[in-house]
Design a protein around this ligand. Structure first.
Ligand code: SIN
Length: 490
């Protein structure tokens, strides 16, 4: 199957600043490659401080007018953006698969997922209700009004190049904020195409600006935004160390922050679970995007009574997964994003084997397919000393650990600095609420592996960050509350 786009002008090779496509610094270009082959798709600007500043100047200048646009009109613009995204779903799906590597069915699925956030926040724009507060003394009227925070800097990851942009930018625009955005260096093309469609939908010049940059130049871009008090909020999805850096560097100007950071999700199969359903849920949770999601299970705890049945069924399903490029419609697992990603997976599996884990299926690179492919893998006899239990593997590896006791497994599940998502399977209603209460994560899946939805608050606790994306909370993160009190009314 071809990954060629029908509308080829969706592939942009420039920054978008103040309503214009603009080149970056002379001669500084960042190649964007297809992770399946390493072939260069196109080149985008390798921007620096000058471009970051120009984008910020434009966003700052556009803010007073955009915040005054009535919510219903802002909603109409965002709704048109949603319509254009859906109208170009085939092309956008191909573009996601081309630069990110996920199978085409997932690329197109991501477009629908991204659009669901855009539509949701278009609707939420008209519901930014404040409060009328009963005054505690006579002669006063008291109000809590909702206002946009101001210019937002959005720094987005490579694993969902459409959805992560959508769930940051749509609520920002809905709230009346203006935006400067820096997409991940591996996947800038989807973001640029989405910005083009937002412009076509009627987002005014300066309201949405995007600059691309390499890993090396990104700090130069982001530092401009961190240092400038005109940026009032940073929204970031990515690693915990980078999230901490952004939090530290935002302190001088006390920016608002939404940080969606690393996870180390436990997946627990209790002895009373429906094993078929647990295998099904695990497949959905773990192998979406080849295991390259922050919410995918990283540690699998299976009760001794059901371990062998679960492991056997799981290994059969995982061993049957078809690995290949997005261009092959039969592919279920694509290439990993880059060499570093495969090296990390390989290191984790080798470390686990050296410490006593047993490979039920997979366990090696698929070099015949290319340099970035890794076989979907199930390991048993995993334990807490292994790298795969302490670090996010971010790949198609399922390490299984046996447990015998509920309290012991809850303690093990919570024994991590991270707290994004957790999953468990049980049919005992008392246990269900006991365990859901005890898990230290922002998201809990009970007998369900596919959790994310535009209407749900997505985000973590502990070192997985703070702030929520999606739902009504996802709009709140782009607003502040102004208390207004009128006196002398008696
Ligand atoms: C992520 O991996 O950061 C997001 C996954 C999702 O939206 O489900």
């Amino acid at each position: 199957m071809s990954l060629t786009l029908t509308r080829t002008d969706l592939i942009r090779s420039a920054n978008f600043i103040a309503g214009q496509w603009q080149p970056g610094p002379a001669g500084a270009l960042l190649p964007v490659t297809d992770p399946a082959t390493g072939a260069v798709v196109t080149q985008v600007p390798d921007s620096g401080a000058a471009e970051a500043r120009a984008a910020l100047d434009a966003a700052h200048a556009a803010f007073p007018a955009w915040r005054k646009v009535p919510a219903k009109q802002r909603a109409a613009v965002i709704k048109r953006w949603n319509d254009l995204v859906l109208a170009h779903a085939d092309d956008l799906g191909r573009l996601i698969s081309l630069e990110q590597g996920k199978p085409l069915v997932e690329g197109k699925g991501e477009v629908a997922y991204a659009a669901s956030y855009i539509e949701w926040f278009a609707e939420e724009a008209t519901r930014m209700n404040g409060e009328v507060i009963p005054a505690p003394v006579p002669g006063r009227r008291m109000f809590a009004l909702k206002e946009p925070v101001g210019v937002v800097a959005a720094i987005t990851p490579w694993n969902f190049p459409a959805a992560m942009i959508a769930r940051k930018i749509a609520p920002a625009l809905a709230a009346g904020c203006t935006v400067v955005c820096k997409p991940a260096e591996d996947t800038p093309l989807t973001s640029l195409a989405l910005v083009l469609l937002a412009h076509e939908a009627g987002v005014p010049p300066g309201v949405l600006n995007i600059v691309t940059a390499s890993r090396e130049k990104t700090p130069e871009v982001v530092d401009v935004w961190l240092d400038d008090s005109r940026v009032r909020k940073i929204t970031f999805t990515g690693s915990t160390p980078v999230g901490k850096h952004l939090a530290r560097r935002s302190a001088d100007t006390l920016k608002k922050l939404s940080l969606e950071l690393g996870g180390n999700a436990p997946f627990i199969v209790f002895e009373d679970a429906d094993i078929g359903a647990a295998v099904e849920g695990f497949m959905a949770a773990k192998f979406r995007n080849g295991g390259q999601t922050c919410v995918c299970p990283n540690r699998v705890f299976v009760h001794a009574q059901v371990h062998d049945a679960f492991a056997t069924q799981l290994a059969a399903r995982v061993g049957a997964l078809k690995v290949g490029p997005a261009s092959d419609p039969a592919s279920q697992i694509g290439p990993m994003i880059n060499d570093r990603a495969v090296e990390k997976i390989e290191r984790h599996v080798q470390d686990a084997i050296a410490k006593g884990a047993k490979v039920l299926t997979g366990g090696q690179r698929l070099t015949a397919l290319g340099a970035t492919y890794y076989a979907p893998t199930v390991l048993t006899r995993a334990d807490a000393t292994m790298a795969c239990a302490c670090e996010e593997t971010f790949g198609p590896v399922a390490p299984l650990t046996v447990f015998t006791d509920e309290a012991e497994v809850i303690a093990a599940a919570n024994d991590t600095p991270f707290g994004l998502a957790a999953y468990f399977y049980s049919q005992d209603v008392r246990r269900i609420w006991r365990v859901a209460d005890a898990l230290e994560t922002g998201i809990v899946g009970i007998n369900e592996g596919a959790l994310a939805a535009e209407a749900a608050p997505f985000g973590g606790v502990k070192e997985s960050g703070y702030g929520r994306e999606g739902s009504t909370h996802g709009l709140e993160d782009y607003l502040h509350t102004k208390y207004v009190c009128q006196g002398g009314l008696d």
